[in-house]
Design a protein around this ligand. Sequence first.
Ligand code: ZN
Ligand code: ZN
Length: 564
Amino acid sequence: MKPKLNPGNDELFFLPLGGAGEIGMNLNLYGHDGQWLMVDLGITFAGPELPGVDVLMPDPRFIVERREQLVGLMLTHAHEDHIGAVPYLWSQLRCPIYATPFTRSMVERKLKEAGLYEAAPITEIPMSGRFSVGHFEIELITLTHSIPEPNAVVIHTPAGNVLHTGDWKLDDDPLVGDTFDEARLKALADEDVLAMVCDSTNALNAEETGSESEVREHLMELVGGLEQRVAIACFASNVARFETIVRAAEAHGRRVALLGRSMHRIHEAARENGYMPDLPPFLSEKDIDYLPRNEVLLLCTGSQGEPRSALWRIAHGDHREVHLDEGDAVIFSSRVIPGNETSIFALQNTLVKRGIQVITDDDAFIHVSGHPGRPELAQMYQWVRPRVAVPVHGEQRHLTAHAELARECQVPEQIAGENGALIRLAPGRAKVIDQVQTGRLAVEGSRLLSTESPILRERQRMAYNGAAAVTLALNAKGTLVDEPQLTFHGVYDDDLDEDQIDDVLDAIEQAIQSLRPAERRDDASVAEAVRVAVRRSVKRDLEKKPVTTVHVVRLESDRVPLKQ
Ligand SMILES: [Zn+2]
Ligand SMILES: [Zn+2]
């Protein structure tokens, strides 16, 4: 018998639709007593395998189909992989949103841009707040991460309590905001934690992650030793790092210019919520050139080599106001996110070629991760003592290493989350009771498309093989009354490859001539024969099969046929 997907009042379900088996686009669902609670709704960035697509998100179909059972969306923190899909998917969900003040500011900016500000109100929850949503009682516990206000969410239900950690590390001096609430985490163990659903990003790292305060010391020293203009790229959302960079500039007599829209956005959202209250005024882009080179520091977006980002434009001499020259330095106070190697190294090569010094976290201690290494994970298991460990927020290798670590930490049960796996946490032993349909949606221009859609598959094929379009003018009998019109895109050069194009034209004519009379009178038969002929001809020449479209136009038979 198929298990029911509607959670009973003695049951507690966990269902990740995104972010389990991958790092990015988190979407978690908890089910109890006929209701569902969503935790986080994020995006991920597409690689080159999907031409024309930048942003991906989980397919929320499962919960959209039972929308009336969805009681709310709790956002743990303001990183894109946790909030980025809210403006794209909220209209399909239409549920209340809950967030702490900084996260609320960040999401509201997105909703405004999407024209959803009025429709999708956010209920602000204070740090360490406790409130009820449907049958779920929610409690926030302050953690530390690489953005202000990272919250773990305790979900209290009569069927059991879950600690959903969100993203975290243990930083006892995070510079911005409070440190992690150790007392509350320890006290949780007395309340019987059924399951801990936990960040696995750094489950392969043997070392503790390290503190933002150590990065501050090293960046201060590094900036002090540089003599020309300095640009620093970092993740804009890391407000502690942002402040560190401004302090380092201040300490060494440099004024800071903010470059890139997200730098300004984060600065505004941070100030709105009382973070970084006493920063010196920023330098406007226009005034940079009036100051000596050693009195300027540029704080830029573009640490991942993103094309058109502030740093990318400066590196390519393509920025209206800002220039770097030989002897200047660019510091990457960030890490290489897997998948971005090519664009980052290309950007760094461009800078080096121009005589600009590039300094990365290989050269100096100028970046720490926001996720827990193995000693921190072990510490958390010791405090919380859950019955079940559910590793999420990691690729398969991270999830497996994390589950193994939880076993070593004497957690009785481990069950790795996988997108679409419906896990029944209670009653009884935790187990996967069903696999629900999941997938990814791609932002394609102004619409959302499934990554499985034939449109995107065709786009991929066109990007790889190029395309051809043929128009055939035939009379009723199926004889060509004019030369076939043949256009290639991304296959041949019209001027240089005339011979090859002529070969294709010959193949088209032969294909038509070899058809039986009845087939020649049928548009579909003619089109298919010609499509196959074009692809075969190009394949023989180039080992490529272009995406080929054939249009058949029937003309009045009184025109003189081209060939009998
Ligand atoms: Zn995060
Ligand atoms: Zn994350």
